[in-house]
Design a protein around this ligand. Structure first.
Ligand code: AMP
Ligand code: ZN
Length: 118
């Protein structure tokens, strides 16, 4: 399922360029265009799910896959290991949650501080 008006669906489809970090059957990861931290990339399901508010029990395998992959991607992108290093993982949900792009995504931020934000 894709939404033809969705920015991240267009990025997944290759209609808008992105700097790819990772891709498999279910997920796509790419560098954020306006990074807050030395490492800042986004991970999205290929399925157009607007936000965490639309998750149902059927999404549990996808969410498990995503959550267990994030730490591996963070290290591969240069975040230093826990506990001295680490990273911040953020999901904004809805307008009051600070969500601007309504295709569910995880921000992964890390690297030496100070950061621009976050
Ligand atoms: P959010 O506020 O959680 O919806 O985050 C949306 C994120 O998408 C922001 O951090 C933007 O910098 C990022 N973003 C917007 N357009 C692009 C793009 N074309 N390529 C990569 N990241 C983008
Ligand atoms: Zn989408």
């Amino acid at each position: 399922m894709t939404d033809t008006h969705c920015l991240f669906c267009k990025i997944i489809a290759g209609q808008i360029p992105s700097r790819k970090v990772f891709e498999d059957e279910h997920l796509y990861a790419f560098h954020d265009i306006a990074p807050w931290a030395p490492v800042h990339f986004l991970v999205v399901p290929k399925l157009h799910i607007p936000s965490m508010a639309q998750l149902t029990p059927e999404h549990a395998p996808l969410m498990g896959h995503l959550m267990t992959l994030l730490p591996q991607l963070a290290l591969a992108q240069g975040c230093r290991p826990y506990p001295e290093g680490g990273y911040r993982i953020v999901t904004n949900t809805g307008v009051e949650g600070g969500q601007e792009v309504h295709h569910m995504h995880w921000h992964v931020m890390g690297g030496p501080r100070p950061w621009l934000r976050g």
